[in-house]
Design a protein around this ligand. Structure first.
Ligand SMILES: NC(=O)c1ccc[n+]([C@@H]2O[C@H](COP(=O)([O-])OP(=O)(O)OC[C@H]3O[C@@H](n4cnc5c(N)ncnc54)[C@H](O)[C@@H]3O)[C@@H](O)[C@H]2O)c1
Length: 359
């Protein structure tokens, strides 16, 4: 009997293609999963993935390509789906998948409304299904290193955080919302590092290139967390230069700077205030004094393939349940924050975050 987890990837666009490739790689290296289907309404997108998966590095992959997700969900042998479809399809498709008894990994944002997001978490619970959200930065070794550093307490209290999520898109997204599309990651990163949700939010944004109302191409988001922690997130699709996914945490005893894309972590701390021992990790650079007379330590944190590690986690949870790193409830709470940020931006004033909207 074939004991592998049978999985389908819904969506063969930019993200779904990467997901299919990584599942095929896991299938070929470990045999823990079978990529049974790749689904997309675009035949061209499916052909592209088909061609990629025909590469001899994936000898055992023989996925079926389909344009109809409903038909695929009828396959009783199918165990799980990873959904990377346009945001507005997340709720109906995840719901249909759960109604068919499939475990679901749903890309962010898990829904365009928190009401629907909580419905999905409840449905998964009722049916005893694994339901995860594609909050991939929880699997990023550099950010895990930052979390570990904070846990060790050597940087003291966190004062404030600054996150830059900026990129330059040649073709600006149509019918996509920069808050719902780009902010889920930095909001989730803050929850991952602080173990808290914001109490108050405020935001401004604008459209400079398309010049359309309610179609912001950039935004500045401000968040207030418990214990007087402030956070600022800069989002942009029109930012020339290198793509940025960076996190800076200014703490009582020093500053942590993390480049989550290139997976580096830098600690700056002042010897006059506190002597912080060098991290006992492999691969650490020698401590060199910087201009300010403080010590600067830079280390490569063992960059990892975050997509693959998230997929392994999904497969492990299906096989043996247990604690979830990126459970659906985190995705639903993130949508609550996104809604509040959007409302604050439209209202032009700071808003108190309404937690846990009832279903
Ligand atoms: N976790 C991450 O870091 C990350 C990164 C990028 C995208 N995403 C998420 O992945 C999702 C997809 O994003 P993308 O950039 O790949 O978008 P995309 O537009 O490139 O791909 C979407 C695909 O869905 C297909 N599609 C549309 N309607 C369909 C239907 N009814 N049935 C089957 N296929 C259908 C389209 O033909 C398209 O190929 C989004 O939710 C996005 O937020 C997550």
């Amino acid at each position: 009997m074939d004991s592998r987890i049978k999985l389908a990837v819904f969506g063969a666009g930019y993200w779904g293609t990467k997901l299919s490739r990584e599942y095929a790689a896991i299938e070929n290296s470990t045999g823990e999963v079978k990529l049974s289907y790749v689904v997309d309404t675009s035949v061209g997108a499916l052909d592209q993935v088909k061609q990629e998966l025909s590469n001899p590095i994936y000898p055992s992959t023989d996925a079926t390509f389909s344009c109809d997700y409903s038909e695929v969900l009828e396959d009783s042998e199918l165990d799980a789906v990873h959904i990377a479809l346009p945001n507005q399809l997340h709720y109906p498709v995840a719901r249909a998948a759960m109604d068919s008894g499939k475990h679901v990994l749903l890309e962010k944002p898990i829904s365009t409304t928190s009401r629907e997001a909580f419905k999905l978490t409840r449905l998964a619970e009722e049916k005893g299904l694994v339901f995860l959200v594609g909050h991939i930065f929880r699997f990023n070794n550099a950010l895990r290193t930052v979390k570990q550093t904070l846990r060790e307490g050597r940087m003291g209290r966190i004062f404030y955080a600054n996150l830059d999520w900026a990129t330059f898109m040649e073709v600006l997204p149509k019918e996509r919302d920069i808050i719902f599309d780009l902010a889920p990651h930095p909001i989730d990163v803050l929850n991952f590092l602080l173990d808290e949700w914001p109490e108050n939010v405020d935001a401004v944004g604008d459209s400079y290139v398309q010049k359309e109302d309610n179609s912001e191409e950039m935004a500045f988001v401000h968040l207030e967390y418990p214990d007087q922690i402030l956070a600022s997130i800069y989002l942009s699709w029109i930012h020339h230069g290198l793509k940025e996914r960076s996190v800076k945490l200014v703490c009582e005893k020093g500053t942590i700077t993390c480049d989550a894309l290139r997976q580096t972590v830098k600690l700056d701390y002042d010897h006059n205030i506190n002597e912080i021992p060098v991290f006992p990790f492999d691969g650490i650079d020698p401590v060199t004094p910087n201009k300010m007379g403080s010590a600067e330590t830079s280390r490569k944190s063992g960059a990892n393939n975050t997509i693959r590690d998230m997929q392994y986690h999904f497969l492990e949870r299906i096989a043996s349940r247990g604690p979830q790193i990126n459970g659906g409830m985190i995705g639903a709470q993130t949508v609550v924050v996104l809604e509040n940020i959007t409302a604050a931006m439209r209202a032009g004033r700071k808003l108190r975050v309404q937690q846990l909207v009832s279903v």
